[in-house]
Design a protein around this ligand. Sequence first.
Ligand SMILES: [Zn+2]
Length: 254
Amino acid sequence: MSNLLKSYIKQKHREYRKKSKERIFKGNIVHCTICNSEYREFGPFGKKKRKNAKCHNCGSLERHRLVWEYIQDRKLINKPMRLLHFAPEKVFYGIFSEMPGIDYFPCDLHPNIYDYGGKTKVRKADITNIPFPNDHFDFILCNHVLEHIPEDALAMSELYRVMKPNGMGIFQVPIDYNRDTTYEDFSITSPKARLKAFGRRDHVRWYGKDYKERLKKVGFEVTEDHFVDSFSKEDQFKFGFDTTELIYLCKKTV
Ligand SMILES: [Zn+2]
């Protein structure tokens, strides 16, 4: 079977699965803040199958919908700007690559894994050695990346370096709020041992409550925003938010 035919069949399967899920979850109880679709409930997602997690239309998860709502509420990306996006999530890529006035730079160490098919190419970039000049970006989005990077302080200082003075960024990571300090042990290297120690086969640490301090150390002014608490319990369910997630808004003050 040719590759073209294989990808055609895969695409048709995807469309069929999406349509049948949309039928099963038909309703107007939950609302996706990204694509505005409404359903009876979002789909389950993750190893432990979290309930009310994934949008049946755009594929957004809890964290995407919360961050997007935050960006809109705080009007963080509402004017012409240069935007750096690490490990570009598809739901955001779709928005930023089409947004007028946004000079958009989606980047990853492995750009080939992204087959979004949009007009903006995903560029190769190592977050510990970002291939852009100092003071270059107005806004940086870098979600769920730093927990994969052994030299995360170097990555944070690189994000700081390429950010314009008064620029801002959102850098979300998984955090275990039961830990006062971040747990890392670089002698743990096998995927199996990392899964046991850090919850995922490709994570190198569990961040703790000191995540904010780690960002501050490289120069950022950090707002740890309990934005999700500004919604009623009903709306938290309606938008499918993770009620424990805080937003980390980082600013390069001058
Ligand atoms: Zn959606």
